[in-house]
Design a protein around this ligand. Structure first.
Ligand SMILES: Nc1ncnc2c1ncn2[C@@H]1O[C@H](COP(=O)(O)OP(=O)(O)OP(=O)(O)O)[C@@H](O)[C@H]1O
Ligand SMILES: [Mg+2]
Length: 239
């Protein structure tokens, strides 16, 4: 990792009206790095991503991104800095075509040349979408919808992709395709922070990871070291 990480979270506490969910989180993602956060149901994974993207304002600690202090900024300024957040649940607009859904992600691309270039790059990474551009998004399978929300988030060429449980509910074969797609995205230079309950997927695709339990980071190591860690093997890999 470079000396100054792209995303640098220090001593972050955040949560909802009922109280803090995240406790003193320290986490970083380098430029172009692929990092995962693994954790069980209700560990606070989605809360962490929502806090980074400014959807949850009540917090203490620091979140720095590419020279900016995110805690000082309103949520609507954060995508423009180069952070794309794909929340859990694969939300597409079912009554709109795939092309229309994709172009919704491109709202601030100014020239048609840039737009055409980004569109082509997305259809290169997601060839299945090209075959179905005029089809309604509501007719897509779960795996195809996941590809569409990824393409919609990536069309702005973000520096960092925040990705919440993309494998949830997908068949094993489709999870394998997702694995390849995430590697392709990262190979284009986009850093990824992936949160997943699917520990096998997360540790095979990311190079480094954190284990989140009840809102606290309890382990941080390379994916190889986490795969051989006794606590991870027992609690998360069922070995
Ligand atoms: N909008 C909300 N208001 C109040 N509490 C919430 C809200 N969303 C989540 N929580 C609580 O925060 C805690 C962490 O939830 P979070 O959704 O971040 O977990 P998660 O790790 O993403 O879980 P999952 O794997 O099920 O998606 C839980 O106890 C949850 O009940
Ligand atoms: Mg979640």
């Amino acid at each position: 990792m470079t000396a100054t990480p792209l995303l640098d979270i220090n001593d972050l506490c955040a949560g909802y009206d009922a109280g803090n969910v995240l406790h003193h989180i320290n986490l970083s993602v380098g430029r172009g790095e692929f990092v995962c956060v693994i954790g069980a149901n209700t560990a606070g994974k989605s809360t962490l991503l929502r806090t980074i993207s400014g959807l949850l304002p009540n917090r203490s600690g620091r979140i720095s991104f590419d020279g900016h202090d995110l805690t000082e900024l309103p949520a609507h300024r954060i995508p423009g800095l180069g952070i794309a957040h794909v929340p859990e649940g694969r939300h597409v607009f079912p009554g709109m075509t795939i092309e229309e859904n994709l172009m919704l992600g491109a709202f601030s691309i100014r020239t048609s040349k840039d737009l055409g270039g980004r569109r082509e790059q997305m259809l290169g990474i997601f060839p299945r979408l090209r075959e179905r551009l005029s089809q309604l998004a509501g007719t897509l399978s779960g795996g195809e919808q996941q590809m569409l929300v990824l393409a919609r988030a990536l069309i702005m060429n973000p520096k960092l992709l925040l990705l919440d449980e993309p494998s949830h509910g997908l068949a094993p074969k489709i999870v394998d395709e997702l694995h390849e797609t995430l590697q392709k995205i990262n190979a284009t230079g986009t850093a990824i922070l992936l949160v997943e309950q699917n520990t096998v997927l997360a540790l095979s695709v990311a190079t480094r990871g954190y284990v989140l339990e009840s809102g606290e980071i309890v382990l941080a190591a390379s994916s190889a070291d986490l795969r051989s860690n006794d606590r991870v093997r027992t609690a998360y890999l069922g070995l």
